[in-house]
Design a protein around this ligand. Sequence first.
Ligand code: GLU
Length: 422
Amino acid sequence: MRTPVPEYLHEILESCRGNTGGEVATYIPELGQTDPDLFGIAMCTPAGTVYSTGDADAPFTIQSASKPFVYAVALRERGLDVVNFHVDVEPSGDPFNEMSVDSETGKPSNPMINMGAITTHCLVGDSGLSPMERSEIVRRELSRFAGRELSVNETVLESEFKHRYRNVALASMARSNGFILLEPDDAVWGYTRQSAIVVTARDLAVMAMTLANGGVNPLTLEQVVPQWVCRQVLSVMATCGMYDSAGDWLSNIGIPAKSGVGGGILGALPGQVGIGTFSPRLDQHGNSVRGVEACERLSRQLGLHLMELPAPSIDAIGQQSTTESGAVLVALQGALTFPSGELMLRRFEEIPMGGDEIVVDLTLVPSINVVGDRMLREGLRRLGRDGHEVTLIDPYERIPNPVAHDRSEIPVVDDLETYEEA
Ligand code: GLU
């Protein structure tokens, strides 16, 4: 059998191809040279499988889709407090090149618009670095997200830097308000070089999946940024990522995303998928017209909206039965999270006090999150306190350090047979 996913993706591409609305960005003259008909879609899974169709390997400049990654690097390097001091996380509702600041402090509204992005660019590396050194760090860091060495389109860099005055005005204001220390021209040159990094839709899908994968690149398995950074970046992408149509995007499509005037869009759905699209014609907000349509269809058809009802957790607790030797067997099934953990604890509650032998089977539990782990350990502690002898079946070491909350060791076996033999 061949997986139907590539054909499905191709159908999405073909169903959006006829939409030739929008205009290629021309405010950077070199971008105006792009072939407007190029169209590619790529999708990357947590296991590192990349599906792609159309012009998914066509190169284009990343532009504003670089902003989440540079924000991520700044967070990793400087920590949340320092970065928060320099740039807010408030949606501005303004176009990307507006002077959007907090009315009292003058702080840039968020890192997804130009003023905030120029500010976060300046937070990468030591303040004494040259603009080239800083922008090289940025290029190398973005390469780690993509899992391959990315280059810079020098022609686009030159073309945009010639028309830099609006961005220099934004950098000058950020400097005058005390949020950047670099010379505005230097800050804007580095930021413009960051925007001119060349990617493909396939790269964007892998980069997005890295953010959606707790910072681990699904191809190289490198931990590029820590998990807390991804949570922060994805939250800001969800609320501020799509220029002045961020609210419409979140309610309609519901995938944390960022677009760029080069025609790229990346979408990152935590734990599920990274999406990259490329089609150069833009709508009035600066978002790729066919990219938005493709994301809309993917979100609808694949149930990718962030606020979609999660998979039912009621099945997470399997049946309670008795083993051959007469022990109570609680076989858990499904991911152990807060709702399934709550069901598990209620199931434990049904076991009367007294000296029963209890076997809790984790064989069909694929994952346990932080709270699921706490609930399980505390549940086991309480069963022990009630006078029961508890054993875990945990062949895949879902509980790597089997100690209950009162620090008592929990006996672990690999399967029921081993338990019965012991
Ligand atoms: N380099 C572009 C600028 O600052 C990025 C714009 C964008 O993609 O939104 O104008």
